[in-house]
Design a protein around this ligand. Structure first.
Ligand code: GRF
Length: 197
């Protein structure tokens, strides 16, 4: 069965992107990473992608007058790459309903909390402030509802006494790197099964 083609959207460091690229090196992994798109020209992850011989594209949101024109350009680029799947990995732009609808069921995101708890930003700081004992990360389908799409996979980590947002983020990030490749493979295998029947 052919590998499905995925594009990865990033805005920064790109460590989740790297975990997907690494997983996709395995012959039996059902997805190949075809391109990496950043909305920020200075995203560190772009250098890693180049070093792995992955095509990169910058679509700088600041160069677009509106969310709709940015989304339209991003949508055109993704379509031009003949992708089956899109994985948002630290992509810090809200995508509008039109683009999200085009990719329904085929666009994933990783979020650093146990959704539906703590959608949005500063998740680790908020979890510590609330005194929760369990935190974690979630891979979910992207819908027009910010961080609200159907959950594919999530995993928990303990919040330890003395944790700072940084120590907690590091514990969660390890789990992100473990579950994102798993979740992407799960979705890809489901799509493959649907198209082969
Ligand atoms: C991750 O914690 C991700 O869940 C969040 O932003 C961070 C991005 O890290 N949305 P990286 O760019 O994948 O290293």
């Amino acid at each position: 069965m052919r590998k499905l083609r995925a594009g990865v959207l990033i805005s920064g460091r790109g460590s989740n992107m790297m975990s997907l690229i690494e997983a996709a090196r395995a012959q039996e992994y059902p997805v190949e990473i075809r391109c990496v798109v950043s909305n920020r020209p200075d995203a560190k992850g772009l250098e890693h992608a180049v070093s792995q011989d992955i095509a990169t594209k910058v679509i700088d949101h600041q160069a677009y007058a509106s969310r709709e024109t940015f989304d339209a350009e991003l949508g055109r680029y993704l379509a031009s790459q003949s992708l089956d799947l899109v994985a948002c990995a630290g992509f810090m732009r809200f995508l509008g309903p039109a683009l999200v609808a085009e990719w329904r069921g085929r666009m994933l995101n990783i979020h650093p909390s146990l959704l539906p708890a703590y959608p949005g930003v500063r998740t680790h700081e908020r979890a510590i402030a609330d005194g929760v004992k369990v935190h974690g990360c979630t891979v979910h389908q992207v819908t027009a509802d910010l961080d609200g799409g159907p959950i594919i996979l999530q995993t928990q980590v303990p919040v330890l006494p003395g944790d700072t947002p940084e120590t907690l983020a590091a514990r969660v990030l390890k789990e992100e790197h473990r579950i994102y490749p798993k979740a992407l493979a799960m979705v890809a295998r489901e799509l493959q099964a649907k198209t082969s029947t």
